[in-house]
Ligand binder design. Structure first.
Ligand SMILES: [Zn+2]
Length: 500
């Protein structure tokens, strides 16, 4: 079959067999519903039908069984996964749903987005001649006004799914899908083609093309140091590609500080580990994606800005530290002590725990300016909540609940986890705290505790997308590679702040 053969997507219920095949679909391919159902039972998930009007490809996905225990996927999430499985087989299908299945708007949104993202394959970059890395650096005097073209694309226009009933996906649905697709593209971009300067340009270009009313500033290393970003200077100090901080602002510039939502996203364009060099070749091989959280925050804010008018008295500011955590004679060393913008100090005992350091700079910036709420995201640890749910830590139970509900409702699921209690893992003799425990394995709650200490009394939450941002193996409908996780959840958190 050629790629142009029309594709029909069919969603069936978990255990209900194929008996509910829509009669209209069967009629289109010249069969009785019962005949088509019998064919589907024989071949399971994909078949080619010789319709009178020409062959059709039929792709079938079943909604996962409705589990009921804690952490079980919601109906929305089951629709998203079914969509992923449909799109993965062939892009651009017409979506049919089994008779008797009524989908809510959030379920239709999730199904469509899943089918779009399932079909997307972040484009392979075009190779350049030897020496190109240097040429890229020299050519790219940083210029947000002249953004480089975005490489590759999501599913092409012709690869978009449609609904068989002729209804359009909501505008927000396509924008959500495209935002997540952009994050996947960048997270797949190899580090020799995405250093801090290239990443900053891509963020500015996406904010300009997909957002509305976003102000973009790019702070050089000197700008960042002058503002007290000691962790950014330390983490980026080992690389010939200097660190940058991107600041995005959206909303009322005259908003009181309590009306500002501060967002912070970890943007490590490659994480070698530094002096605490990573030993696991398998892990190193995908460390180009250690910038996925900064991309998700930028995309989430951009997405939110495009679909709402900011109210008076409210503003959102995203601080995105972009660094190459490299190993050289100028790398930070274990034992170094650094200061954050608000004056907090950290003893660096593990240079591979760099994400929480740069997030600490951003959180400290927001706290010292007395912003009303702070949300941060990073690929820090395995996340503590598996590969589909992003682990969420907060110093405010109500905020955690609100964010988890927003993420779950948008098929970008979160799982609130407890901050450590009765542990003193991060005490330092020479600074406010150390960046990792030395006497026990470092896990997500330690990173969260480090950030919570800097957030202080400000209502704060932390998305650890280390488990969900990049799949080392195909799982739950995702192929190997980046997922764009937390993009939509963060966009929803921004929208909620602007509504509150
Ligand atoms: Zn690291």
């Amino acid at each position: 079959m050629s790629d142009r053969t029309p594709v029909e997507y069919l969603v069936l219920t978990a255990g209900g067999g194929a008996s509910a095949v829509p009669a209209a679909l069967a009629a289109e391919v010249g069969l009785e519903a019962g005949q088509l159902a019998a064919l589907i039972e024989l071949v399971e998930d994909r078949l080619v039908l010789p319709a009178a009007s020409g062959p059709r490809r039929l792709v079938v996905a079943r909604l996962a069984a409705a589990l009921t225990g804690p952490g079980a996927p919601s109906a929305v999430d089951r629709c998203f996964e079914a969509g992923l499985r449909l799109g993965a087989v062939a892009g651009g299908g017409r979506i049919w749903v089994a008779d008797g299945v009524e989908l809510s708007d959030p379920e239709r949104d999730a199904l469509w987005r899943g089918a779009y993202l399932g079909a997307q394959r972040p484009a392979a970059p075009v190779p350049e001649p030897v020496g190109s890395a240097r040429n890229v650096r020299e050519r790219d005097a940083l210029s947000p006004e002249h953004p480089a073209p975005v490489e590759g694309s999501g599913a092409s226009a012709s690869g978009r799914p449609t609904f068989a009933d002729g209804s359009e996906p909501p505008q927000l649905t396509t924008a959500r899908a495209e935002a997540a697709a952009w994050v996947r593209e960048l997270a797949e971009r190899p580090a020799n083609r995405l250093g801090p300067a290239e990443f900053a340009r891509e963020i500015a270009a996406f904010a300009a093309s997909a957002g509305r009313g976003l102000a973009v500033e790019v702070w050089s290393l000197a700008d960042a140091e002058q503002r007290g970003f000691g962790a950014v200077a330390a983490v980026g100090g080992g690389s010939s590609r200097p660190p940058l901080v991107v600041r995005l602002s959206w909303g009322d510039d005259a908003a009181p500080t309590a009306g500002v939502l501060g967002l912070v996203g970890k943007g490590i364009t490659f994480d070698s580990g530094g002096v605490n060099l990573k030993r696991d070749a398998g892990e190193l091989a995908w460390m180009k994606s250690d910038m996925a959280a900064a991309a998700a925050v930028a995309a989430g804010l951009t997405l939110a800005s495009a679909h709402a008018e900011p109210p008076t008295g409210r503003r959102v500011e995203a601080i995105l530290p972009l660094c190459d955590n490299a190993l050289s004679g100028s790398s930070m060393r274990p034992g170094d002590v650094i200061a954050h913008p608000g004056g907090e100090t950290t003893e660096i005992v593990d240079t591979d725990c760099e994400g929480r350091l740069v997030l600490g700079d951003g959180i400290s910036w927001c706290r010292s300016r007395e912003y009303g709420r702070i949300l941060d995201a990073g690929t820090l640890t395995d996340g503590g909540a598996g590969l589909r749910r992003t682990g969420l830590w907060s110093n405010d139970a109500g905020l955690a609940r609100e964010l988890a509900e927003l993420g779950d409702a948008a098929a970008d699921p979160l799982w609130p986890l407890p901050l450590p209690y009765g542990e003193e893992a991060l005490e330092s003799r020479v600074a406010g705290q150390r960046n990792a425990p030395m006497d026990r394995p470092d896990v997500g709650r330690h990173a969260a505790a480090f950030l919570a200490e800097i957030a202080g009394d400000t209502p704060w939450a932390h998305y650890d997308i280390g488990g969900t941002a990049y799949m080392e193996h195909p799982i739950a409908g995702w192929p190997e590679g980046p997922t764009g996780s937390a993009t939509v959840a963060i966009a929803e958190a921004v929208r909620a702040w602007m509504r509150s």
